[in-house]
Design a protein around this ligand. Structure first.
Ligand code: NAD
Ligand code: 0WE
Length: 256
């Protein structure tokens, strides 16, 4: 149907073929969007480059979002190569391992700062750069969040606090960028077995627990998140901004 024909999108957060960002990339590409990718460090370049080149992308750049210089470099390249931008996908989160196992009470200043810098502030920085390339183009910005921002999920800890800041940022950014016609939204996805989830002890049991309790009685997959993402970044959602859309089989509505 080519819903995104002629649109230019930059994707932050592909680590491998299981990444939610990769499923989103495939669905945007299928609809005719032209994509640029970033990767966080040399180790991931080996994974991201072949995936990106496989769908015809030419712009594949390093970007650790804790480094202002690398962010500047990405958007300078996009400006030089494309001159404009329509879509930004932010699918990045990180907290130190110990902060996802110790009680939240133990979170250090450094651990708190790292989690909020990578997982929350990065959306603000990337959106500011993206907005300057979206002038007059009805841009769309999308991020990924998790229900641990709203309710206590044991061990999610400082990541829950970072996702709460991320979701509030979606609303404040939507307010700032709305007058320019730029929409900012988030998808709150149910648990999916990706690289970021692989390191979490007991993740399999968590998947089982949520599949038994969700109204749809199953887990969601990255392709289902990608279809919702396509909706939010496309003209189908032209009046939707500042929204957090749950794609979790309905899990979040349950009280008991
Ligand atoms: P993933 O591991 O494939 O993606 C996480 C990405 O974050 C990786 O590409 C990694 O390189 C990137 N990243 C980490 N630190 C970075 C830094 N300093 N600079 C730049 N990039 C950095 O895992 P995923 O599950 O696809 O995660 C994508 C997003 O989806 C995250 O925001 C995550 O919180 C969110 N999410 C995941 C689930 C789940 O269960 N998998 C559920 C809801 C939301
Ligand atoms: O956002 C996430 C996970 C993000 C994440 C994962 C890691 C693993 C490796 C952030 N930082 C790190 N740091 C590492 O060193 N999710 C939504 C997936 C997730 O993580 C959980 C979950 C779910 C769901 C952690 C505890 C409980 C549930």
């Amino acid at each position: 149907m080519e819903m995104l024909k002629g649109k230019k999108a930059v994707i932050f957060g592909v680590a491998n073929e299981r990444s939610i960002a990769w499923a989103i990339s495939r669905s945007l590409h299928e609809e005719g969007a032209e994509l640029a990718f970033t990767y966080a460090g040399e180790v991931l370049e080996k994974r991201v480059r072949p995936l990106a080149e496989g769908i015809g992308s030419r712009i594949i750049l390093p970007c650790d979002v804790t480094k202002d210089g690398q962010i500047d470099e990405v958007f300078a390249t996009l400006k030089a190569e494309w001159g404009a931008l329509d879509i930004l996908v932010h699918a990045i989160a990180f907290a130190a391992k110990e902060d996802l196992s110790n009680p939240y009470l133990q979170t250090s200043r450094q651990g708190f700062q790292l989690a909020l810098d990578v997982s929350s502030y990065s959306l603000v920085a990337l959106s500011r750069h993206a907005a300057s390339l979206m002038e007059g183009r009805k841009g769309a910005i999308l991020t990924l969040t998790y229900m641990g921002s709203e309710k206590v999920i044991p061990h999610y800890n400082v990541m829950g606090v970072a996702k709460a800041a991320l979701e509030a940022s979606v609303r404040y950014l939507a307010h700032d960028l709305g007058p320019k016609g730029i929409r900012v939204n988030a998808i709150s996805a149910g648990p999916i077995k990706t690289l970021a989830a692989a390191g979490i002890p007991g993740f399999k049991e968590m998947l089982h627990y949520s599949s038994e309790r969700a109204p749809l009685r199953r887990n969601v997959d990255a392709e289902e998140v990608a279809r919702a993402a396509l909706y939010l970044v496309s003209d189908m959602a032209s009046a939707v901004t500042g929204e957090v859309l749950h794609v979790d089989g309905g899990y979040n509505i349950m009280g008991m």
